[in-house]
Structures are given as structure tokens and as C-alpha cells.
Design a protein around this ligand. Sequence first.
Ligand code: 5AD
Ligand code: SF4
Length: 470
Amino acid sequence: MRNETTVRIPPEEILYQRELSKQFSLLKNRPRTYFIVTYGCQMNAHDSEKLAGMLEEMGMTLAPAKEQADFVLHNTCCIRDNAERKALGNVTWLKEIKKERPDLLIGVCGCMVQEPGMAEKILRQYPFVDVAFGTGNIHRLPELLSKAVESRRRVVAVPDEQSTLIEGLPIQRESSFQAYVTIMYGCNNFCSYCIVPYVRGRERSRAADDIVREVEGLQEKGVKEIMLLGQNVNSYGNDMENGISFPKLLHRLGQTGIPRIRFMTSHPKDLSDALIEEMAVNPALCHHLHLPVQSGSNRILTAMNRRYTREQYLEKVKKIRAAVPDIGLTTDLIVAFPGETEEDFLDTMALAREVCYDSAFTFIYSPRIGTKAADLPGRIDPAIASERIEKLIALQDEMTQKNFATLIGARETVLVTGHAKRDERQLTGKCSRNISVNFEGNPDNIGKILPIKITAASKTTLRGEILEGE
Ligand code: 5AD
Ligand code: SF4
């Protein structure tokens, strides 16, 4: 079924905004440099690349640091309370810089701005913010910033409805060999703890032809790896009348010649046999699957509205491992969901041990206003929550080491992304199953895919050496 509410922003509107960008670049009193502070997930990171693309078209260049920029834009996240507090704290900190440099323009955009009541709060409590807009109207940045600069008045524009599909924005990509490609926006799942469906709206899939064209363009430019983005990529196409399914999209993208394809995030309930089959046969697909389980307790999974049981999840894990034996599995886990008993928590521990993930993102439940879980009784004492998350992290560290040990001696292919963090003389990259691998080599190799023999493992990375002459 086509999602009736999807609003495709007409190409003329995008062209109009790009025309405004050109006009803006001719203004005398316009800001010259920008800096974007990005919080949250890859979707936000990719939105920031689009925002940067627009700002560059407006004639601005990236400042070396935010303290030096004429326009500082905060692309915010609201998934957990601490993400929100961090963003608001940093915005407030800029107030001091603005006292010394009154010309400094401060912007706030992203998911937090889309929360009910937030626009009013910004107007009331953050008078030094010059421009604020939501995720559904990022394409209007040229218009909104022009207004703010020309009128010297504050501009706040947050759409009520989150139903837009935006094509044709300029993108200033961070890397020349890795690229994010959004395939769908929004989420229909309403997991009871999660604010995403409220701030990002219902699922809207991009047309397959638009996605394929974008990936072909990236491949021609020499991009080696794409990361397909969506809150729930497994339901790609479900909102369209003649849409193709996610496995079929992957199949088409495999034919573009792009060497590596990754994707996230997969909801376990929608992980189909067809996807598993595609992962087994499509050589471009990396052998990594991020499959958030959230909890190992059926009682909690029901309360979370996840719509699968522990047993169904484990069955899917079994199937994918049978089809793709060297698959690297990763997950998200929440502890201290309202009403979580010690027994529920032990179920999560047991599941994490059983699946033996390569890594896991672990979170303490954070109540989000407006979500179902925020009204549930049985809040967990913070001290118990901390204890639980620590135990889970310790267990996961143990599982990571167990998996790393099995990889010593293996041959992996690694996309070299840069220098290692802790040792500038070493190079680093990700193997197919998405584990960092450090090794010695010539910096000319950055951006190449190399065969590497794994020789050792540390806490979070593997070490290896280039297999010469392959
Ligand atoms: N509290 C804690 N963790 C959350 N997540 C989403 N909402 C919340 C919340 N309210 C976690 C889930 C999700 C990941 C992106 O963030 O684990 O998979
Ligand atoms: Fe949030 Fe659930 Fe949608 Fe993921 S699937 S974005 S956790 S509601």
C-alpha cells in the first residue's frame, strides 16, 4: 500500500531553494564560515552532510573549529535524555561566545526540535538561538537562514507533520570512498520506549530508481562502500504501491558494481528468509548484521511492543548463521526497562551469552515524554540499573574476546579508512564483519580494499598484516 500521507517535495521547490542559496552567497553581510555539531545516529550524520552541502552552495566554508565559525548549527538527537541534555548544554555554552561576537549565528535542527513543545521552549528559553527547524524541512535551510540574516530576527520553522520525502539536495560527503545512502525515512513500529516514530514520522521509502541512480553515481566516483540507512530497512518498499522489497533492492544495488554494501537497522520481526538468502549469495553484501534484540525476556519484549519472542529471535539468528557462517552479529540492548526484574535481566544476559555478539550497544532505559513506556509503573532504581549495565558490558567484553580469538589466523578483506587512533604509524579499517583491524602499511592504501591476515586481538580491535602478492 502506498503511504497516502507521503509528501514528495516537488523538484521545483528544491530548485527554488538552491536559487536562494546562490542569492545568499552574494549578500554582503552573510556568514562566511560554518560548523555543524552532529549528535546521534548515522541518519543524523548523513543529514549533516546534506546541511553542509546546502551551506557550501550558499558560499560558506567549513570553519576549523566551532569557536571560529560565523554560523554554528546543532543537528540534535533526542533518543535518550542525555543526548538531549548534551545538545542543549552545548547550545547554551555558545551564548557566552555570542556575547563577545554578536554576529555569531546559532542554529538548532534535527530530532529534538521536532519534539512536541520544543519549538516553544526554544523561543522562550533560548533567545540566543537564531534559527531552528525540524527534520522534515531541512531543505528549507537556504530560505530560513536568508530570513534570519536579512531580518536579524529569529526564525523557527517546525512542520507538524513528518511526511516529507526530499530528493535532490546537494551533499557534502565526509569521505571519498564511503558513503551513506538513505533508503527510507521514519518508522511505523512504535516500540513503547522509543521517540523516533514521533519525531521522524511514518515510514517513507525512496523510489528504487532514485536509490540505484545515486549508488551508480557513487560507484563511478570511486566510492568503495555504501551504508544504506533506514530506521527499519527490512520494511523498505512496504509503503509503496509498486515498491520492490529490501532483498530485491539489495540485488539491484549489487549489480551496480559497488564493491561493498552495508545496511542498518534491521528489525528482527521483519528479517525475511529472502534477505538471508540474498546475504548468502550477493558478494557485495558485507557479512555483518546489526539486529537489535533490546531484551532477552519475553515479558519485557511484549511490554516493549517488539512483536517477536526470544525464541523467534534465536531462530532467526540460527538461520542467518546457517546461511552465512562467518556473519558478524551486533545488537542494541536496553536494561532497566520499567518493571524489569532480576530474572528478566538474567534472561537478557543469557541471550547475549548464547548469541555471542561481536559487539553490543548497551543502554539504560531513559523515559521519553509522549511514549507509552514513560507512563508504565515499576521504574528501576538507578543504582540497580548501573549495576545491570556494568554486568552486561563485562559479559559482552568477554563475548567479543571469544569471537576475536576465532579470527586469529583468518584472511579478511579490509577497507582502509585512515590512520589508527592510538598509533598514527598504523593504518586502520573495517573487515567485512565490521570489526576494526589495525596493521602496518603505506598511507597510499587509504581508500583501498586489502587482504589482511589477522595476527592478534586487543580489547576492541584486531591486528593484522597485509597479505602481499595476492
Ligand atoms: N531508552 C534507552 N534506549 C533507547 N533506545 C531507543 N529509545 C531508548 C530509550 N528511551 C535504544 C534502542 C535502539 C537504539 C537506537 O537506542 O536500543 O535500538
Ligand atoms: Fe524506535 Fe522501534 Fe522504530 Fe527502532 S523500530 S526506531 S527502536 S520505534
